[in-house]
Design a protein around this ligand. Sequence first.
Ligand code: NDP
Length: 456
Amino acid sequence: MSKNTSPSVQKEINAFMRGLKKRNPGQKEFHAAVLEVVSSLIPYVIEHPKYRDAQILERLSEPDRTVSFRVTWEDDAGNIRVNRAWRVQFNNSIGPYKGGLRFHPTVTESVLKFLGFEQVLKNSLTGLPMGGAKGGANFNPKGKSDREVMRFCQSLMIELHRHVGEDTDVPAGDIGVGAREISYLFGQYKRLENRFVGILTGKGLSFGGSLVRTEATGYGCVYFCQDILDQIGDSLEGKTCVVSGSGNVAIYTVEKATSLGATVVGMSDSSGFIHDPDGIDPEKLAYLKDLKEVKRGRISEYVEHYPEATFHADKRPWRIPCDVAFPCATQNEISLSDAETLIKNGVQVVCEGANMPTELDAMNLLLQSKVLFGPAKAANAGGVAVSGLEQSQNALRLSWSREEVDERLNGIMRSIHTKCVEYGQEPGSDYINYVNGANIAGFIKVADAMLAYGVV
Ligand code: NDP
Protein backbone atom coordinates (compact mmCIF):
# COMPACT_ATOMS: atom_id res chain seq x y z
CA MET A 1 0.00 0.00 0.00
CA SER A 2 1.38 3.41 -0.95
CA LYS A 3 1.84 5.86 1.95
CA ASN A 4 -0.79 8.27 0.60
CA THR A 5 -3.57 5.74 -0.01
CA SER A 6 -6.41 5.79 2.52
CA PRO A 7 -7.68 2.45 3.89
CA SER A 8 -11.06 2.79 2.12
CA VAL A 9 -9.40 3.45 -1.26
CA GLN A 10 -7.01 0.56 -0.63
CA LYS A 11 -10.03 -1.67 0.07
CA GLU A 12 -11.51 -0.77 -3.33
CA ILE A 13 -8.21 -1.41 -5.07
CA ASN A 14 -7.94 -4.81 -3.37
CA ALA A 15 -11.53 -5.72 -4.32
CA PHE A 16 -10.93 -4.68 -7.94
CA MET A 17 -7.72 -6.71 -8.12
CA ARG A 18 -9.37 -9.78 -6.58
CA GLY A 19 -11.94 -9.76 -9.39
CA LEU A 20 -9.32 -9.19 -12.07
CA LYS A 21 -7.13 -12.03 -10.79
CA LYS A 22 -10.11 -14.36 -10.69
CA ARG A 23 -10.98 -13.55 -14.31
CA ASN A 24 -7.34 -13.78 -15.46
CA PRO A 25 -5.70 -16.51 -13.38
CA GLY A 26 -1.92 -16.84 -13.44
CA GLN A 27 -1.35 -13.74 -15.60
CA LYS A 28 1.04 -12.03 -13.20
CA GLU A 29 2.47 -9.47 -15.65
CA PHE A 30 -1.06 -8.36 -16.54
CA HIS A 31 -2.02 -8.18 -12.85
CA ALA A 32 1.02 -5.98 -12.09
CA ALA A 33 0.26 -3.60 -14.97
CA VAL A 34 -3.38 -3.19 -13.96
CA LEU A 35 -2.48 -2.75 -10.27
CA GLU A 36 -0.10 0.08 -11.12
CA VAL A 37 -2.78 1.85 -13.16
CA VAL A 38 -5.79 1.34 -10.87
CA SER A 39 -3.77 2.51 -7.88
CA SER A 40 -3.75 5.93 -9.60
CA LEU A 41 -7.20 5.69 -11.15
CA ILE A 42 -9.43 4.38 -8.37
CA PRO A 43 -8.97 7.54 -6.23
CA TYR A 44 -9.73 9.62 -9.34
CA VAL A 45 -12.78 7.53 -10.30
CA ILE A 46 -14.15 7.81 -6.75
CA GLU A 47 -14.05 11.58 -7.17
CA HIS A 48 -15.67 11.33 -10.65
CA PRO A 49 -18.60 8.91 -10.21
CA LYS A 50 -19.69 9.03 -13.87
CA TYR A 51 -16.77 6.69 -14.66
CA ARG A 52 -17.55 4.46 -11.72
CA ASP A 53 -21.27 4.21 -12.51
CA ALA A 54 -20.44 3.16 -16.08
CA GLN A 55 -17.92 0.52 -14.86
CA ILE A 56 -15.27 2.06 -17.08
CA LEU A 57 -12.32 0.49 -15.22
CA GLU A 58 -13.86 -2.99 -15.44
CA ARG A 59 -14.42 -2.49 -19.19
CA LEU A 60 -11.01 -0.94 -19.80
CA SER A 61 -9.21 -3.88 -18.20
CA GLU A 62 -10.90 -6.45 -20.46
CA PRO A 63 -9.46 -6.64 -24.02
CA ASP A 64 -11.92 -6.21 -26.89
CA ARG A 65 -10.58 -9.53 -28.22
CA THR A 66 -7.54 -11.81 -28.22
CA VAL A 67 -6.66 -13.84 -31.30
CA SER A 68 -4.38 -16.82 -30.64
CA PHE A 69 -3.01 -18.95 -33.44
CA ARG A 70 -0.46 -21.55 -34.47
CA VAL A 71 2.48 -20.58 -36.68
CA THR A 72 4.00 -23.53 -38.52
CA TRP A 73 7.21 -23.08 -40.48
CA GLU A 74 10.18 -25.04 -41.78
CA ASP A 75 13.77 -24.48 -40.58
CA ASP A 76 16.86 -24.65 -42.80
CA ALA A 77 17.39 -28.31 -41.96
CA GLY A 78 13.88 -29.17 -43.19
CA ASN A 79 12.38 -29.70 -39.71
CA ILE A 80 8.78 -28.59 -39.14
CA ARG A 81 8.62 -26.07 -36.28
CA VAL A 82 5.56 -24.84 -34.38
CA ASN A 83 5.14 -21.60 -32.42
CA ARG A 84 2.21 -19.81 -30.87
CA ALA A 85 1.27 -16.22 -31.75
CA TRP A 86 -1.29 -13.75 -30.43
CA ARG A 87 -2.81 -10.38 -31.24
CA VAL A 88 -4.47 -8.72 -28.27
CA GLN A 89 -6.78 -5.97 -29.57
CA PHE A 90 -7.31 -4.13 -26.34
CA ASN A 91 -9.33 -1.01 -26.94
CA ASN A 92 -10.19 1.01 -30.08
CA SER A 93 -12.29 3.74 -28.49
CA ILE A 94 -10.17 6.62 -29.82
CA GLY A 95 -8.76 5.11 -33.02
CA PRO A 96 -7.67 1.92 -34.82
CA TYR A 97 -5.70 -0.54 -32.69
CA LYS A 98 -1.99 0.19 -32.63
CA GLY A 99 0.92 -1.48 -30.83
CA GLY A 100 4.01 -3.57 -31.47
CA LEU A 101 4.70 -7.20 -32.22
CA ARG A 102 7.26 -8.96 -30.00
CA PHE A 103 9.17 -12.11 -30.93
CA HIS A 104 10.83 -13.57 -27.85
CA PRO A 105 10.71 -16.94 -26.06
CA THR A 106 9.23 -15.24 -22.96
CA VAL A 107 6.15 -13.98 -24.84
CA THR A 108 2.89 -15.21 -23.31
CA GLU A 109 -0.69 -14.01 -23.43
CA SER A 110 -0.15 -12.39 -20.01
CA VAL A 111 2.85 -10.37 -21.21
CA LEU A 112 0.94 -9.20 -24.28
CA LYS A 113 -2.11 -8.25 -22.21
CA PHE A 114 0.08 -6.18 -19.89
CA LEU A 115 1.68 -4.45 -22.85
CA GLY A 116 -1.65 -3.97 -24.67
CA PHE A 117 -3.28 -2.47 -21.58
CA GLU A 118 -0.40 -0.01 -21.14
CA GLN A 119 -0.54 0.80 -24.84
CA VAL A 120 -4.16 2.02 -24.60
CA LEU A 121 -3.19 4.78 -22.14
CA LYS A 122 0.14 5.51 -23.82
CA ASN A 123 -1.45 6.01 -27.23
CA SER A 124 -4.07 8.25 -25.69
CA LEU A 125 -1.34 10.40 -24.12
CA THR A 126 0.23 11.11 -27.53
CA GLY A 127 -2.91 13.02 -28.51
CA LEU A 128 -3.05 11.02 -31.77
CA PRO A 129 -6.14 8.96 -32.74
CA MET A 130 -4.80 5.51 -31.85
CA GLY A 131 -6.32 2.64 -29.87
CA GLY A 132 -4.17 0.09 -28.05
CA ALA A 133 -3.05 -3.44 -28.96
CA LYS A 134 -0.05 -5.72 -28.69
CA GLY A 135 0.95 -8.96 -30.34
CA GLY A 136 3.79 -11.36 -30.88
CA ALA A 137 4.98 -14.91 -30.71
CA ASN A 138 7.11 -17.16 -28.51
CA PHE A 139 9.58 -17.37 -31.41
CA ASN A 140 13.25 -16.60 -30.83
CA PRO A 141 14.84 -14.90 -33.86
CA LYS A 142 18.28 -15.16 -32.19
CA GLY A 143 20.46 -17.72 -33.95
CA LYS A 144 18.00 -18.11 -36.83
CA SER A 145 19.06 -17.46 -40.42
CA ASP A 146 17.43 -14.65 -42.41
CA ARG A 147 15.54 -17.25 -44.45
CA GLU A 148 14.19 -18.91 -41.31
CA VAL A 149 13.02 -15.57 -39.95
CA MET A 150 11.45 -14.82 -43.34
CA ARG A 151 9.55 -18.12 -43.42
CA PHE A 152 8.34 -17.58 -39.86
CA CYS A 153 7.12 -14.03 -40.65
CA GLN A 154 5.39 -15.16 -43.84
CA SER A 155 3.61 -17.97 -42.03
CA LEU A 156 2.55 -15.64 -39.20
CA MET A 157 1.09 -13.13 -41.67
CA ILE A 158 -1.05 -15.82 -43.31
CA GLU A 159 -3.23 -15.62 -40.19
CA LEU A 160 -2.52 -12.06 -39.02
CA HIS A 161 -3.57 -10.43 -42.31
CA ARG A 162 -7.23 -11.22 -41.53
CA HIS A 163 -7.08 -9.10 -38.38
CA VAL A 164 -5.11 -6.01 -39.46
CA GLY A 165 -5.90 -3.08 -41.74
CA GLU A 166 -5.12 0.61 -42.03
CA ASP A 167 -8.42 1.50 -40.30
CA THR A 168 -8.57 -1.61 -38.10
CA ASP A 169 -5.24 -2.50 -36.51
CA VAL A 170 -1.75 -1.29 -37.42
CA PRO A 171 1.03 -3.31 -35.73
CA ALA A 172 4.65 -2.15 -35.37
CA GLY A 173 7.93 -3.65 -34.13
CA ASP A 174 9.05 -4.37 -30.57
CA ILE A 175 11.69 -6.68 -29.04
CA GLY A 176 12.88 -9.10 -31.73
CA VAL A 177 10.89 -7.35 -34.47
CA GLY A 178 12.98 -4.78 -36.28
CA ALA A 179 13.25 -3.53 -39.86
CA ARG A 180 14.02 -7.00 -41.23
CA GLU A 181 10.94 -8.64 -39.70
CA ILE A 182 8.60 -5.73 -40.56
CA SER A 183 9.78 -5.93 -44.19
CA TYR A 184 9.09 -9.67 -44.42
CA LEU A 185 5.68 -9.20 -42.78
CA PHE A 186 4.72 -6.29 -45.05
CA GLY A 187 5.91 -8.13 -48.19
CA GLN A 188 3.69 -11.08 -47.30
CA TYR A 189 0.66 -8.88 -46.51
CA LYS A 190 0.99 -7.18 -49.89
CA ARG A 191 1.13 -10.57 -51.60
CA LEU A 192 -1.92 -11.90 -49.77
CA GLU A 193 -4.11 -8.81 -50.12
CA ASN A 194 -2.77 -7.20 -53.31
CA ARG A 195 -2.92 -3.80 -51.59
CA PHE A 196 -0.16 -1.32 -50.77
CA VAL A 197 -1.41 0.38 -47.63
CA GLY A 198 0.09 1.35 -44.29
CA ILE A 199 -0.94 -1.69 -42.27
CA LEU A 200 2.39 -1.86 -40.44
CA THR A 201 4.69 0.88 -39.19
CA GLY A 202 8.46 0.78 -38.89
CA LYS A 203 8.67 0.09 -42.62
CA GLY A 204 11.77 0.75 -44.73
CA LEU A 205 12.12 4.30 -46.07
CA SER A 206 11.66 3.16 -49.69
CA PHE A 207 8.24 1.64 -48.96
CA GLY A 208 6.42 4.06 -46.70
CA GLY A 209 8.56 4.25 -43.55
CA SER A 210 9.04 7.50 -41.66
CA LEU A 211 12.32 9.24 -41.01
CA VAL A 212 13.22 9.29 -37.28
CA ARG A 213 11.07 6.20 -36.50
CA THR A 214 14.21 4.20 -35.65
CA GLU A 215 15.43 6.87 -33.25
CA ALA A 216 12.00 7.93 -31.94
CA THR A 217 11.61 5.98 -28.70
CA GLY A 218 15.12 6.75 -27.45
CA TYR A 219 15.05 10.39 -28.55
CA GLY A 220 11.53 10.82 -27.12
CA CYS A 221 12.61 9.35 -23.79
CA VAL A 222 15.46 11.85 -23.55
CA TYR A 223 13.18 14.76 -24.56
CA PHE A 224 10.82 13.70 -21.78
CA CYS A 225 13.68 13.55 -19.26
CA GLN A 226 14.83 16.98 -20.41
CA ASP A 227 11.27 18.29 -19.84
CA ILE A 228 11.26 16.78 -16.32
CA LEU A 229 14.54 18.50 -15.50
CA ASP A 230 13.44 21.74 -17.15
CA GLN A 231 10.38 21.76 -14.86
CA ILE A 232 12.75 22.08 -11.85
CA GLY A 233 15.05 24.57 -13.61
CA ASP A 234 17.73 21.98 -14.41
CA SER A 235 18.93 20.23 -17.59
CA LEU A 236 20.76 17.13 -18.81
CA GLU A 237 23.94 19.11 -19.44
CA GLY A 238 26.72 17.67 -17.28
CA LYS A 239 24.60 14.82 -15.87
CA THR A 240 26.01 11.30 -15.46
CA CYS A 241 23.66 8.70 -16.93
CA VAL A 242 23.32 4.92 -16.99
CA VAL A 243 21.30 3.26 -19.76
CA SER A 244 20.38 -0.42 -19.58
CA GLY A 245 20.13 -2.45 -22.78
CA SER A 246 21.95 -1.89 -26.04
CA GLY A 247 19.06 -2.40 -28.44
CA ASN A 248 17.06 0.10 -30.42
CA VAL A 249 15.76 2.19 -27.50
CA ALA A 250 19.03 2.17 -25.54
CA ILE A 251 21.26 3.17 -28.45
CA TYR A 252 19.21 6.24 -29.41
CA THR A 253 18.74 7.22 -25.78
CA VAL A 254 22.53 7.32 -25.44
CA GLU A 255 22.88 9.22 -28.73
CA LYS A 256 20.42 11.97 -27.77
CA ALA A 257 21.50 12.25 -24.11
CA THR A 258 25.12 12.64 -25.20
CA SER A 259 24.20 15.26 -27.78
CA LEU A 260 22.49 17.26 -24.99
CA GLY A 261 25.67 17.29 -22.90
CA ALA A 262 25.18 14.26 -20.64
CA THR A 263 27.82 11.56 -20.10
CA VAL A 264 26.62 7.96 -20.34
CA VAL A 265 28.91 5.70 -18.31
CA GLY A 266 27.09 2.35 -18.46
CA MET A 267 25.11 0.16 -20.86
CA SER A 268 24.14 -3.54 -20.82
CA ASP A 269 22.68 -6.52 -22.61
CA SER A 270 21.26 -9.80 -21.38
CA SER A 271 24.79 -11.07 -20.59
CA GLY A 272 25.87 -8.22 -18.25
CA PHE A 273 26.88 -4.56 -18.23
CA ILE A 274 29.83 -2.38 -19.23
CA HIS A 275 31.12 0.51 -17.13
CA ASP A 276 33.07 3.15 -19.04
CA PRO A 277 33.95 5.97 -16.60
CA ASP A 278 35.17 8.17 -19.49
CA GLY A 279 31.74 8.06 -21.10
CA ILE A 280 30.38 6.39 -24.25
CA ASP A 281 31.12 9.14 -26.77
CA PRO A 282 29.73 9.21 -30.34
CA GLU A 283 32.69 7.24 -31.73
CA LYS A 284 32.27 4.49 -29.12
CA LEU A 285 28.51 4.47 -29.72
CA ALA A 286 29.08 4.00 -33.46
CA TYR A 287 31.19 0.94 -32.61
CA LEU A 288 28.38 -0.38 -30.35
CA LYS A 289 25.72 0.26 -33.01
CA ASP A 290 27.70 -1.80 -35.50
CA LEU A 291 28.36 -4.50 -32.90
CA LYS A 292 24.72 -4.86 -31.79
CA GLU A 293 22.70 -3.86 -34.86
CA VAL A 294 24.84 -5.31 -37.66
CA LYS A 295 27.08 -8.00 -36.18
CA ARG A 296 24.49 -8.97 -33.54
CA GLY A 297 27.41 -9.42 -31.07
CA ARG A 298 27.69 -9.31 -27.26
CA ILE A 299 28.33 -6.14 -25.27
CA SER A 300 31.31 -7.78 -23.53
CA GLU A 301 33.26 -7.27 -26.79
CA TYR A 302 33.25 -3.50 -26.04
CA VAL A 303 35.96 -3.88 -23.39
CA GLU A 304 38.29 -5.61 -25.86
CA HIS A 305 38.08 -2.46 -27.97
CA TYR A 306 38.05 0.07 -25.13
CA PRO A 307 40.15 -1.42 -22.30
CA GLU A 308 39.48 1.53 -19.96
CA ALA A 309 35.97 0.06 -19.59
CA THR A 310 35.07 -2.99 -17.50
CA PHE A 311 32.54 -5.76 -18.15
CA HIS A 312 30.44 -7.27 -15.33
CA ALA A 313 28.86 -10.57 -16.33
CA ASP A 314 25.26 -11.39 -15.32
CA LYS A 315 24.86 -8.12 -13.37
CA ARG A 316 22.60 -5.11 -13.82
CA PRO A 317 24.15 -1.66 -14.26
CA TRP A 318 22.30 0.12 -11.43
CA ARG A 319 25.26 -0.12 -9.04
CA ILE A 320 27.07 2.53 -11.14
CA PRO A 321 26.48 5.90 -9.42
CA CYS A 322 24.46 8.22 -11.69
CA ASP A 323 22.19 11.27 -11.75
CA VAL A 324 19.82 9.80 -14.34
CA ALA A 325 18.92 6.15 -14.92
CA PHE A 326 17.32 5.15 -18.20
CA PRO A 327 16.10 1.52 -18.02
CA CYS A 328 15.78 0.66 -21.73
CA ALA A 329 16.09 -3.15 -21.94
CA THR A 330 13.04 -5.07 -20.76
CA GLN A 331 10.41 -5.47 -18.01
CA ASN A 332 11.27 -6.00 -14.32
CA GLU A 333 14.90 -4.94 -14.55
CA ILE A 334 14.91 -2.55 -11.56
CA SER A 335 14.12 -4.48 -8.37
CA LEU A 336 13.56 -3.01 -4.91
CA SER A 337 17.23 -3.50 -4.03
CA ASP A 338 18.32 -1.88 -7.33
CA ALA A 339 16.10 1.11 -6.44
CA GLU A 340 17.68 1.28 -2.97
CA THR A 341 21.14 1.31 -4.56
CA LEU A 342 20.15 4.04 -7.02
CA ILE A 343 18.73 6.18 -4.21
CA LYS A 344 21.79 5.61 -2.00
CA ASN A 345 23.96 6.80 -4.88
CA GLY A 346 21.88 9.98 -5.28
CA VAL A 347 19.87 9.31 -8.44
CA GLN A 348 17.76 12.33 -9.41
CA VAL A 349 15.64 11.00 -12.29
CA VAL A 350 14.59 7.52 -13.44
CA CYS A 351 13.12 7.69 -16.94
CA GLU A 352 11.70 4.46 -18.41
CA GLY A 353 12.58 3.74 -22.04
CA ALA A 354 11.49 0.09 -21.77
CA ASN A 355 7.98 -1.06 -20.88
CA MET A 356 7.51 -1.52 -17.13
CA PRO A 357 11.21 -2.06 -16.34
CA THR A 358 10.69 -0.99 -12.72
CA GLU A 359 9.02 -3.46 -10.37
CA LEU A 360 6.04 -2.04 -8.47
CA ASP A 361 7.67 -1.97 -5.03
CA ALA A 362 10.78 -0.35 -6.52
CA MET A 363 8.65 2.29 -8.24
CA ASN A 364 6.78 3.04 -5.01
CA LEU A 365 10.07 3.46 -3.14
CA LEU A 366 11.39 5.87 -5.82
CA LEU A 367 8.17 7.90 -5.63
CA GLN A 368 8.22 7.98 -1.81
CA SER A 369 11.87 9.09 -1.96
CA LYS A 370 10.80 11.92 -4.31
CA VAL A 371 12.99 10.73 -7.13
CA LEU A 372 11.55 12.17 -10.34
CA PHE A 373 10.12 9.15 -12.13
CA GLY A 374 9.13 9.18 -15.83
CA PRO A 375 6.87 6.14 -16.34
CA ALA A 376 7.07 4.16 -19.58
CA LYS A 377 3.64 5.04 -20.88
CA ALA A 378 4.71 8.69 -21.00
CA ALA A 379 8.48 8.51 -21.41
CA ASN A 380 8.62 5.92 -24.20
CA ALA A 381 5.56 7.12 -26.11
CA GLY A 382 7.83 8.71 -28.74
CA GLY A 383 8.03 5.44 -30.67
CA VAL A 384 4.32 5.01 -31.11
CA ALA A 385 3.93 8.76 -31.69
CA VAL A 386 6.21 8.61 -34.74
CA SER A 387 4.44 5.41 -35.83
CA GLY A 388 1.25 7.49 -35.75
CA LEU A 389 3.03 10.11 -37.85
CA GLU A 390 4.06 7.32 -40.27
CA GLN A 391 0.37 6.37 -40.60
CA SER A 392 -0.51 10.00 -41.36
CA GLN A 393 2.24 10.23 -44.01
CA ASN A 394 1.05 6.95 -45.58
CA ALA A 395 -2.54 8.18 -45.69
CA LEU A 396 -1.40 11.45 -47.29
CA ARG A 397 1.10 9.62 -49.55
CA LEU A 398 3.75 12.09 -48.40
CA SER A 399 7.12 11.89 -46.62
CA TRP A 400 8.02 14.57 -44.12
CA SER A 401 11.64 15.67 -43.64
CA ARG A 402 13.79 14.48 -40.74
CA GLU A 403 13.62 17.91 -39.10
CA GLU A 404 9.82 18.05 -39.44
CA VAL A 405 9.30 14.62 -37.84
CA ASP A 406 11.82 15.33 -35.06
CA GLU A 407 10.16 18.68 -34.32
CA ARG A 408 6.71 17.00 -34.12
CA LEU A 409 8.16 14.28 -31.86
CA ASN A 410 9.65 16.87 -29.52
CA GLY A 411 6.32 18.76 -29.48
CA ILE A 412 4.34 15.59 -28.67
CA MET A 413 6.70 14.70 -25.80
CA ARG A 414 6.38 18.24 -24.44
CA SER A 415 2.59 18.05 -24.56
CA ILE A 416 2.63 14.65 -22.78
CA HIS A 417 4.81 16.22 -20.10
CA THR A 418 2.41 19.14 -19.70
CA LYS A 419 -0.55 16.75 -19.26
CA CYS A 420 1.39 14.71 -16.67
CA VAL A 421 2.15 17.87 -14.69
CA GLU A 422 -1.51 18.92 -14.83
CA TYR A 423 -2.75 15.66 -13.29
CA GLY A 424 0.33 14.62 -11.30
CA GLN A 425 1.10 17.66 -9.13
CA GLU A 426 0.96 16.49 -5.50
CA PRO A 427 -1.21 18.73 -3.32
CA GLY A 428 0.80 21.13 -1.17
CA SER A 429 4.12 20.18 -2.75
CA ASP A 430 6.23 20.93 -5.82
CA TYR A 431 6.73 17.23 -6.46
CA ILE A 432 5.19 15.87 -9.67
CA ASN A 433 4.00 12.27 -9.48
CA TYR A 434 4.33 11.47 -13.19
CA VAL A 435 2.86 7.98 -12.65
CA ASN A 436 -0.47 9.38 -11.47
CA GLY A 437 -0.27 12.17 -14.03
CA ALA A 438 0.24 9.81 -16.98
CA ASN A 439 -2.38 7.31 -15.84
CA ILE A 440 -5.07 9.91 -15.26
CA ALA A 441 -4.34 12.02 -18.36
CA GLY A 442 -4.27 8.91 -20.59
CA PHE A 443 -7.44 7.53 -18.99
CA ILE A 444 -9.69 10.59 -19.36
CA LYS A 445 -9.71 10.69 -23.16
CA VAL A 446 -10.41 6.96 -23.56
CA ALA A 447 -12.95 6.91 -20.73
CA ASP A 448 -14.88 9.88 -22.15
CA ALA A 449 -15.08 8.18 -25.56
CA MET A 450 -16.33 4.97 -23.89
CA LEU A 451 -18.96 6.95 -21.98
CA ALA A 452 -20.11 8.59 -25.20
CA TYR A 453 -20.59 5.21 -26.91
CA GLY A 454 -23.02 4.06 -24.24
CA VAL A 455 -23.06 0.50 -22.99
CA VAL A 456 -20.69 -1.32 -25.39
P1 NDP B 1 15.75 -4.62 -28.69
O1 NDP B 1 15.42 -6.03 -28.94
O2 NDP B 1 16.31 -3.78 -29.78
O3 NDP B 1 16.77 -4.50 -27.45
C1 NDP B 1 16.51 -5.08 -26.23
C2 NDP B 1 17.76 -4.94 -25.36
O4 NDP B 1 17.46 -5.40 -24.05
C3 NDP B 1 18.94 -5.77 -25.85
O5 NDP B 1 20.13 -5.11 -25.56
C4 NDP B 1 18.80 -7.04 -25.01
O6 NDP B 1 20.01 -7.73 -24.83
C5 NDP B 1 18.34 -6.46 -23.70
N1 NDP B 1 17.61 -7.45 -22.91
C6 NDP B 1 16.57 -8.23 -23.32
N2 NDP B 1 16.18 -9.04 -22.32
C7 NDP B 1 16.99 -8.76 -21.28
C8 NDP B 1 17.09 -9.26 -19.95
N3 NDP B 1 16.26 -10.20 -19.52
N4 NDP B 1 18.05 -8.73 -19.16
C9 NDP B 1 18.89 -7.76 -19.59
N5 NDP B 1 18.84 -7.26 -20.83
C10 NDP B 1 17.90 -7.74 -21.65
O7 NDP B 1 14.40 -3.98 -28.10
P2 NDP B 1 13.97 -2.46 -28.04
O8 NDP B 1 15.14 -1.61 -27.73
O9 NDP B 1 13.13 -2.16 -29.21
O10 NDP B 1 12.96 -2.48 -26.80
C11 NDP B 1 13.43 -2.36 -25.45
C12 NDP B 1 12.25 -2.06 -24.55
O11 NDP B 1 11.62 -0.85 -24.97
C13 NDP B 1 11.15 -3.11 -24.51
O12 NDP B 1 10.58 -3.10 -23.22
C14 NDP B 1 10.13 -2.56 -25.50
O13 NDP B 1 8.82 -3.05 -25.24
C15 NDP B 1 10.25 -1.08 -25.20
N6 NDP B 1 9.77 -0.22 -26.25
C16 NDP B 1 10.34 -0.24 -27.49
C17 NDP B 1 9.89 0.62 -28.46
C18 NDP B 1 10.57 0.71 -29.78
O14 NDP B 1 10.24 1.63 -30.54
N7 NDP B 1 11.55 -0.13 -30.10
C19 NDP B 1 8.74 1.50 -28.22
C20 NDP B 1 8.28 1.52 -26.86
C21 NDP B 1 8.76 0.66 -25.94
P3 NDP B 1 20.51 -8.85 -25.89
O15 NDP B 1 21.15 -8.08 -27.00
O16 NDP B 1 21.45 -9.67 -25.10
O17 NDP B 1 19.30 -9.58 -26.32
